[in-house]
Design a protein around this ligand. Sequence first.
Ligand SMILES: Cc1cc2nc3c(=O)[nH]c(=O)nc-3n(C[C@H](O)[C@H](O)[C@H](O)COP(=O)(O)O)c2cc1C
Length: 351
Amino acid sequence: MHRPEDAAPTFSIGTVPIYGDLILAPMAGYSDVPFRLLCREMGSALSYTPCIPDDALAARGHHHERLLDFREEERPVAIQLLAKEEERLVRAAQKALQRRPDILDLNLGCPARRVAGGGRGAALLCNPPLIGRLVSALVKVSAVPVTAKIRLGWDETSRNYLEVARILEESGVSAIAVHGRTRSQAFRGRADWEAIAEVKAAVRVPVFANGDVRTPEDIAAIRRVTGCDAVMIGRGAIGNPWIFQRRALDEVPFEERLAVMERHLRMMVDYYGERLGVILFRKYAVHYVRGLEGASALRPRLVTASAVSQVLEILRGWRADERSAGDGRGTSACAIGTEDDRDVYPTGEGD
Ligand SMILES: Cc1cc2nc3c(=O)[nH]c(=O)nc-3n(C[C@H](O)[C@H](O)[C@H](O)COP(=O)(O)O)c2cc1C
């Protein structure tokens, strides 16, 4: 994985060297161990767990085990915490640190009602002094660097991202990821990359620019506009892990798409077991086939498959159709359909 011994790191998060400038965003329900491993192989420079609420960490039992889980090959790994009180945050951090992550990250951007409504995630943006206290408490107990992920503010009238970024830096964070939207925007409108540029100019720690990066051109554009140290990619990586190789999905040959789909499926099954692995794989499968001829007919079959053999059969049949339809055109390029992909993108309402 992108850690060439003799190369200089692209930048560092505190003491942690980072090789590369593209990072898979934390995404509850998507950025699990298999998907993160796949994206790391493709070039994502860092793995984040999805956000883990303090109460899940405090609870007895094992339901948070999967959220905390990561593989050695993923390192560097950031465990993302969600809390609103210093004491609970520290307790959650101590539990998380037992897993020996490379970084602890604090979520200051989750817009979901059950999270922000309870005062965590993006709700903390309304209380910058509390953010300072939480981060200071975290830095004090953490042997590894602490980072934070923010939105621009609660709503249009309270875009306090510069104040928050400065407080974060003063309190000791080693990097800041900025999703260029407010909480009230959720996932609507365009991410404001200019605002991210302001954050980059205001702090010395590395800044990761995030929001609406779907293509290699977007990567170049967000870098140009923001001057960020790294680009964080969420929805644009679902069904297109090749984005971490700076490749557009429609440049990925049909055979390669199918091969990676199959590999992702096998990784899911190895991790979750066949039944759950296949069920969870379906939500990625519908994205992998974006833009391909015949995808709309295929999606309903993919989302009802319940065994590996069924998924493989669908893919094999498709491969055969493609071969017979493609005489002479080979398998070097995807056939681009005219489908509207908006219906299959996750909204992130639940993050
Ligand atoms: C399904 C989903 C789940 C998400 N879960 C998290 C999360 O657990 N923690 C977090 O900081 N952000 C979460 N996000 C927000 C993303 O990390 C990212 O900031 C956002 O999607 C904007 O980037 P994008 O346009 O590249 O998707 C989630 C987003 C989506 C779509």
